[in-house]
Design a binder for this molecule. Structure first.
Ligand SMILES: NC(=O)c1ccc[n+]([C@@H]2O[C@H](COP(=O)([O-])OP(=O)(O)OC[C@H]3O[C@@H](n4cnc5c(N)ncnc54)[C@H](O)[C@@H]3O)[C@@H](O)[C@H]2O)c1
Length: 318
């Protein structure tokens, strides 16, 4: 029998990969997205697409009730730190109120939710490395506060509706379809600069470290977490410096362009690395893509996308 799944944010970077994986297993997928940062061309044509803002309760209720899904993957989010500082109310409306509305719909359909939170914005500079889930978050941006508040609602609704909702705290995700226009996708941003032959900006003089996880591993963790109650870091547990990311990508590009070295920006972490052992023990999940191989592969895939986009643009201006 075909199962139905709802994916909010299915036109986004991570959501579109998840939609492909669910469809490949023979499922029916309903995508909800307002295309605020997503792209309709990323949505697999075999999925059903509902274009609206998750902060529209009536539309959300009617679409989810009609789909009656086996599970809901909730990725739609206001995920720009800068926008959250400029307009914290909108950040809260989408990330908290939208999640609450979806939890109510999940309760009616008795469907477990899988939610994408963010390790990078929850754990601060004082966190032990690698950071375990039990470290009490201390976010410094409204975006971190809204993700943490959404986690609290999810936990509370899991208690009251007795549904096994899962919270996944993702590390820094990279892979095909990541937009170089975002503020955090350093792999896509560096790849775009290298492809254009431009000098990228490297903050913190290249020294900050992050835990980089490939999108294919994130999709696997999301599927394994379906129907498992708990909060899980989804990460590799390895620290990689920004300068090492750049040198691997520059090697893949055959480029000797030196980046522009700048000081760390306000609110940026010096080091970040997340402990994945709880997900390994409970979900049997372990990241499989090694960072160097993953970065080289991603560079080639992103270049194909940049070239396809450039030829589309030149065809429309002709
Ligand atoms: N990319 C990362 O490194 C990373 C790290 C930690 C957590 N996350 C989380 O993972 C999720 C997906 O991130 P991504 O990198 O794929 O981002 P993305 O911007 O590519 O995808 C988000 C999608 O949600 C849609 N969306 C945004 N607001 C919406 C609204 N109000 N109503 C309906 N749709 C809306 C966007 O149009 C977009 O398609 C987000 O919740 C993000 O906070 C991402």
């Amino acid at each position: 029998m075909t199962d139905t799944f709802v994916v909010t944010g299915g036109a986004g970077f991570i959501g579109s990969h998840l939609v492909d994986a669910l469809l490949a297993e023979g499922n029916r997928v309903v995508v909800i997205d307002d295309l605020s940062s997503g792209d309709e061309r990323r949505i697999n044509p075999a999925a059903e697409f509902e274009l609206f803002d998750i902060d529209d309760p009536e539309r959300l209720d009617s679409v989810v009730d009609k789909a009656s899904p086996r599970a809901i993957y909730h990725l739609a989010a206001q995920s720009s730190i800068t926008k959250s500082v400029k307009d914290p109310r909108r950040d809260c409306d989408v990330n908290v109120r939208g999640t609450l509305q979806l939890l109510e719909a999940a309760r009616r359909c008795a469907a477990p939710l899988v939610f994408t939170s963010s390790a990078g914005v929850l754990y601060g500079n004082l966190a032990p490395l690698p950071t375990p889930e039990r470290f009490v978050p201390s976010p410094i941006a409204p975006y971190g506060a809204s993700k943490w508040a959404a986690e609290a609602y999810i936990d509370t609704w899991a208690n009251s509706s007795r549904l096994p909702h899962a919270v996944l705290r993702l590390a820094n995700v990279y892979g095909r379809r990541q937009s170089p226009a975002g503020e955090v996708g350093v792999v896509a941003i560096f790849s775009y600069s290298l492809w254009r032959g431009e000098r990228p900006r490297m903050y913190g003089h290249g020294k900050p470290t992050r835990d980089y996880i490939h999108v294919a591993d994130v999709v696997e963790a999301m599927i394994r977490a379906t129907g498992v109650r708990g909060t899980f870091n989804v990460a590799t547990g390895f620290e990689t410096s920004v300068e090492d990311v750049y040198s691997t990508l520059a090697g893949a590009a055959g480029s000797s362009i030196e980046p522009e070295l700048l000081p760390l920006r306000d609110g940026e972490l010096r080091r970040s690395c997340v402990d994945p052992s709880h997900a390994e023990r409970t979900l049997g999940f372990r990241a499989r893509v090694g960072v160097k191989d993953g970065l080289r592969r991603t560079y080639r895939e992103l270049v194909e996308e940049f070239e396809a986009e450039a030829s589309r643009e030149s065809a429309t201006t002709r």
